[in-house]
Ligand binder design. Structure first.
Ligand SMILES: Cc1cc2nc3c(=O)[nH]c(=O)nc-3n(C[C@H](O)[C@H](O)[C@H](O)COP(=O)(O)OP(=O)(O)OC[C@H]3O[C@@H](n4cnc5c(N)ncnc54)[C@H](O)[C@@H]3O)c2cc1C
Length: 463
């Protein structure tokens, strides 16, 4: 039998249950569809990264003797059945998608295949435990993280599987019915550098983190001036590695809380992965929270229209060093440290009084790891309207946050070059007006103490 493997957010050969199912069918056509609905809004960082990841998958497939990854452009409900017909595939294999668009799209593809008597087979998902699986005693889903993470861990997940040792691959011929498009090669905007893409790069980064980062992760993860986090978010986003693999490796680490108990390294890391799974679960149950307030009463909070201050925030010219460092890091590498994501988000919502959706959209435009569930619920956490929100009255002070988490100013000096010179700028978190003028760094665009009061006044109005 011939099968089609439709890659989406699982751009890897190892530990890919859907691919193994396809291989069990017989001859396999590996396919990727450049869907304008996703490609368009992806933003320059994700488009460029995805293109590199596809090249890496293409090379890995060729290494197995395949003619490469077949790529077509268009709506999947048209292109997938067309490609399946072109090679005579009876079944189309995918890892299930749980996002609002992905669910709709897969329903359309399934219906289109069905009219030809073909089947869409869903095996696995981008998560250790698929959204919708973790339930409480009364069969309902969790609305708060801690009980979810406990039940998630108790639920457990299967062990990772090996890459297929498969020799029977197919490709779509150029110009044939469903003929292939060249692998995309979008330009990288000036000043943007991206991490290496692909399954091999993901594995290398993960191995280095296990060796050098895991032990101190619990403490170092909050310090943006150190290389204290795994940087796996982008690899997870594209499925260059599956969280199951990370969880299995963590469980094997002695002395780092690798077991189900334990409080350091591995346990802390497992908890962060659980946040990713929790937010995917929340989005699955309540797709509206991708755009709307999880706690609906927050929609009543009065906000300002985004204007010049919003632009200053986007450009990293607010005069608050840690905020500007974060916003410039975003534009330079398409990634921002988690602590700083919280600081810049709080600044936008509570100091500039701009609704979280504007910030979330800007993040999704530039983040290479941009993920609807983690991003938009992360924003809602900061805005006070999310599942386990940071209470609205807890307004981050950007100067003290900078001093606490970037005590020697390494982070700020790295991303705000005006403040890099230690002799000229002795206090990078709160430079004097004289220093700012001398190095060409702006004065604060707002007074934090005043805007904090203003935010709390607005909040009082909806309490
Ligand atoms: C406003 C805001 C927006 C965010 N947007 C995104 C996004 O678009 N995509 C994204 O993957 N993460 C997002 N996060 C979560 C977090 O900031 C990133 O996952 C993390 O910074 C990625 O770096 P890392 O892989 O080195 O993290 P590590 O500290 O090494 O964490 C390991 C993994 O755990 C998961 N994780 C860690 N923290 C969180 C969290 N708070 N929520 C969900 N998953 C988490 C990620 O998959 C991460 O790769 C956002 C957080 C906030 C506050």
């Amino acid at each position: 039998m011939t099968a089609l493997m439709w890659f989406r957010r699982d751009l890897r050969l190892g530990d890919n249950p859907a691919l193994l199912e396809a291989c069990a069918d017989g001859d396999v056509l590996p396919l990727f569809v450049l869907d304008p609905q996703l490609w368009g809004p992806a933003g320059p960082s994700r488009r460029a990264y995805l293109a590199r990841s596809l090249r890496s998958l293409d090379a890995a497939l060729r290494g197995l003797g395949a003619p490469g990854l077949s790529v077509v452009r268009g709506h999947p409900a048209t292109e997938v059945p067309r490609a399946a017909r072109a090679v005579g595939a009876r079944r189309v294999h995918v890892a299930a998608d749980f996002g609002p668009y992905g669910r709709r799209r897969d329903g359309d593809v399934e219906a289109a295949l069905d009219t030809d008597g073909l089947r869409l087979v869903r095996t696995g998902s981008p998560y250790a435990v698929a959204p919708g699986e973790v339930r409480n005693g009364s069969g309902d889903h969790y609305r708060v993280f801690t009980p979810f993470s406990r039940a998630w861990q108790e639920h457990g997940w299967p062990a990772p599987q090996d890459a297929p040792d498969h020799r029977r691959w197919l490709g779509l011929g150029q110009g044939q019915d469903g003929g292939t498009t060249e692998l995309p090669d979008p330009p990288l905007p000036d000043g943007l550098t991206l991490p290496e893409a692909g399954e091999h790069a993901a594995r290398a980064r993960w191995t280095a983190f296990l060796e050098h980062g895991l032990e101190d992760y619990d403490e170092a993860r909050d310090l943006p001036g150190t290389d204290g986090t795994s940087r796996m978010s982008v690899h997870l986003k594209y499925g260059e590695v599956h969280p199951r693999q990370l969880l299995a490796d963590l469980a094997r680490r002695p002395g780092t809380g690798g077991g189900t108990s334990g409080s350091t390294g591995a346990a802390a890391y497992r908890k962060e992965l659980a946040w990713r799974e929790f937010y995917a679960d929340v989005l699955w149950h309540q797709p509206r929270t991708a755009r709307e307030y999880y706690k609906t009463q927050y929609a009543q909070l009065p906000y300002d229209e985004p204007g010049a201050l919003f632009e200053a925030w986007q450009q990293g010219r607010t005069g608050y060093p840690v905020v500007d460092a974060g916003m410039r890091q975003l534009r330079s590498v398409g990634w921002v440290h988690n602590r700083v994501r919280m600081i810049v988000a709080s600044f936008l919502v509570k100091d500039l009084h701009v609704e979280w959706q504007h910030g979330a959209r800007h993040f999704l435009h530039w983040l290479v790891d941009g993920d609807l569930a983690s991003n938009n619920h992360g924003w809602q956490w900061v805005a006070g309207s999310g599942t386990d929100p940071s209470p609205f009255f807890r307004v981050f002070n950007p100067t003290t946050q900078g001093r606490t988490f970037d005590p020697d100013g390494t982070y700020v000096r790295t991303w705000v070059p005006e403040l890099a010179d230690r002799a000229a700028v002795p206090d990078p978190h709160d430079p004097s007006s004289q220093v700012r003028a001398a190095v060409g760094y702006p004065e604060p665009v707002v007074d934090h103490a005043e805007e904090r009061r203003e935010a709390l006044d607005r909040w009082e109005r909806i309490r």
